[in-house]
Every structure is written in structure tokens, then in C-alpha cells.
Ligand binder design. Sequence first.
Ligand code: 2NL
Length: 339
Amino acid sequence: MKQAIENIRNLAHEALESSQSLKEIDEIRVRFLGKKGELTNILKQMGSLSAEERPVIGQLANEIRAKIETEITSRISQLKEQELERRLREERLDVTLPSTRHPLGKQHPINQVLDEVKDIFLGMGFSITEGPEVETDYYNFEALNLPKDHPARDTQDTFYISDNILLRTQTSPVQIRVMERQKPPVRVIVPGRVFRSDAVDATHSPIFHQIEGLVVDKGVTMADLKGTLEIFVKELYGPETVVRFRPHHFPFTEPSAEMDIMCFECQGKGCSLCKGEGWIEILGCGMVHPKVLQNVGIDPDEYSGFAFGMGLERIVMRRYNIKDLRLFYENDVRFLGQF
Ligand code: 2NL
């Protein structure tokens, strides 16, 4: 019996030596140490032994069991180590190889400037609102003091969808909607796409972007308008920026003005950027026309307001001296990558 136990140990040893997988090792464990395994079978025959032999054989069997178990454990870790080494060898990466480059995209210059403008007005307590691009005649024209026969309503410029439905020509209809649903104080800017039936050339596009602003409260004056817009351009173009206001006319404001900044290229002397003017036009503005306030149910004797509007493309073009508007819409990365 002693011989049989020693035999099992040798067989188990050889089997483990030549085993190549965890599955194989498990089979070996079951074959030798399992409930119906060879060692267990031998121990079942212990009853036939003498009282002196029994503890000796019992101890030997336990030792052999422990040895086989140890050998199983070490063979498992050996196999695992071999497997790890194989993977390290076969899956080796050369981390010094230069990688494929994935150049980062950039925000469109129109959106970069839009974000700057938004930040400046948010800092002055304005909120930002957007609204529909398809509008009714009433919101785009009538409510803004542009009656049906007004020359500024020239059908040549407006995309009509039907008699009464059109693509907005400015973002002002959104401010009308804001005033209809919110009583003063109102302090909003409204960025968005606007549409004019223009032929495409270096300075015209049928789709472009505007930002308009509106403030309505008790006691709002032209001084508030000038102060707010002067702070705005000084934040956008730098603290040394010089501004001037020229009288102008818009149907929805009275009085109306256009704001220029002194040319940052030539300091007012006149150059190619400002076309010899010395000044660059930035935006249109004015005190909200009393009729417009009346149209949204705000009493012009109690409240007053100012409004302004600017074209985003033109601001970006002046800032970077871009000569052709079409570049903004062609999405040529050689152009877009420069900003
Ligand atoms: C320009 C001039 C302007 C407004 C827009 C406005 C809106 C309401 C009431 C009164 Cl609801 N005015 N907007 C006022 C003055 C000028 O835009 O040259 N835009 C590109």
C-alpha cells in the first residue's frame, strides 16, 4: 500500500510536469485527489491494515496529498507566469513610435466672437434669449413700427413663405415676444440667424448672424445707451477704444444713431481697413419708439428703453481684416484653422 501511495505521487508529479493548461491541472486534481480519486480509493482500503500500519499509512497519505496540492499550486503559478511572459512578448508595444496625429478642431470664428459678446453682456446683467427664424409679418414688421407701405419692407429683401409668413430679417421679433410675456425691467440680448434675399458677393449673404439688445425700464435714457455700448466695445476691442455716435434713422427707434469706433489700424488718420474714413461702423441703436412699446402693451409715459443691433460677420471681418464674407460659410479648414 505504501508503494501504491508512492506510485500515485510519482504519477501525479509526471502528469503535472507535462500539463499545459489550468483545465488539465484541474483534471489531474480530480483524478488523484478527488472524491473518487486514486488516493481516496487507496485510503478506503485502510480497513484491511493492521493497527500499527494504519497511522503510518494515514500519515504518509496525508503528506502525499499535501505534496501534490503544493505541486498543483506551484504548477498553476508557473503556467500563469509563462502565459504572462508569452503575452508580454507577443503583445509588446513600441511606445516610442510616433502616433497618428488627430488635429483638434476649432470653434468657428463667428461663434468665438459670439461667445465673447455674450460674456460681456452677461457681465452687465443681460440675459440671452433666442426665438423662431420663421416669423409672421406682424412680429417682423408691424409691431416694429413698419406698416405695410413702409419702404424698408421692400419685398425684394424679404423671403416670404406666404402673404403673412416670412423668414425673419432681423432678430427684433424675438424682443417683441419677450416684451409681450415679461413686464419691465427687461434686459436681453438676442443672437441668431437672419435672412435677406440678397445675391451672394464679398459683402452679402442671404443668411447671416445678428445680435440685438434691448433694455426697458423706468427712466432709461440715451445716456444709459451710450454708457452701455461704450463699455461693450471697450471690452471687445480694448480699453483705449474711442467711440462716436452719429444720428441715423430706424423706424423702430427714435432718436436713432449709429456707433463708430476710431479705426484701430490707423488711429483715425484713414487707411485701407477703414477705407480712408478713420472710423469703423460697429452697430445701430436708439431709444425704443413709443409706438413699439405701445404695441406690446407697455406704457411709454411710464417706461422707456434703448435697443441696438449689429451684424456678427461684419464685426469678425473688421477684427481680422477679412475681405470676403463667403469664407465664413465654405468651411475650408485652411481658413477656419487661422482663428
Ligand atoms: C442694425 C441696427 C437695430 C434695433 C436694431 C430694436 C428692437 C426692438 C425695438 C427697437 Cl424690439 N429696436 N432693434 C434698434 C436699433 C438698431 O439694428 O444696424 N442692425 C444690424
